[in-house]
Ligand binder design. Structure first.
Ligand code: 6GU
Length: 234
């Protein structure tokens, strides 16, 4: 199998928000194993004035501040002069809503830039000249794109071969086959008077697989009928 490695550069206003996210747990292990590189960039480092300003008031008036072209162009053009990027993704509530299929697709890329907005938004010329794709993580509004970039990074990195120990577990997760996961149990078999379903203790793998499929279907019908309607169940 070819060695797959992904590099993600996150360009943002408050990199501190993401420092612990990228330096602990699975994201840390993925980097230690050399499967992933994650770099955080602080837009203030690319400001052209001594006060490290990166935003100003909107032309035409209105509330809130807008991130300026200069620092964003300086940061992204510097990165692009060092290597080719497959996508420059702007995290924004008016982007395409994130879905597992987008994560699957992005996990096969080599180099990605994730650009986080903050304040009211960013200058439209950045979106038109630098950004190749715009993604939202759902229909609600956050103060900035940092958490969204953390979510997207986590969802992509766990799909890179070798990052999650058990490849089967990644493939069986909720959404991968268009169904939610079946319920899970672990030891002990009886806790207080709560019993693990007998079928899971039976050792009959065919019966267990059939039970899981039934439970997953039932759970999906009940909680997310919209997924079943799409008909992408394998
Ligand atoms: Cl990507 N950014 C912000 N600020 N809010 C969001 C979002 C992104 N996705 C959902 N809400």
């Amino acid at each position: 199998m070819p060695e797959l490695k992904i590099r993600i550069d996150i360009v943002c206003v408050v990199p501190q928000v993401l420092e612990s996210v990228v330096s602990t747990s699975i994201l840390k292990r993925a980097q230690d194993k050399g499967l992933v590189e994650i770099h955080l960039h602080n837009l203030h480092d690319y400001a052209s004035d001594a006060f490290r300003h990166i935003d100003d008031t909107p032309y035409g008036g209105g509330a809130g501040m807008v991130i300026q072209c200069e620092p964003v162009f300086a940061c992204i053009e510097r990165l692009q002069s060092e290597r080719h990027y497959d996508e420059v993704i702007f995290l924004t509530p008016d982007g395409e809503v994130l879905h597992q299929s987008i994560c699957n697709e992005l996990s096969m890329r080599s180099n990605l830039i994730l650009l986080c907005g903050h304040y009211k938004g960013i200058d439209q010329r950045i979106r038109e000249s630098l950004v190749t794709r715009e993604i939202s993580i759902g229909d609600y509004v956050l103060t900035g794109g940092e958490f969204a970039a953390g979510v997207l990074t986590d969802a992509i990195v766990r799909l890179v071969p070798g990052v999650v120990g058990d490849a089967e577990s990644v493939l069986e997760d909720s959404f991968m086959h268009g169904l939610l996961d079946a319920p899970l149990y672990t030891k002990p078999a009886v806790f207080r008077d709560l019993h693990v379903p007998d079928v899971l203790l039976s050792g009959n793998h065919a019966k267990i697989a059939a039970w899981r499929k039934d439970m997953a279907t039932e759970r999906t019908q009940h909680r997310r009928p919209d997924i079943l309607d799409k008909g992408d169940v394998e």
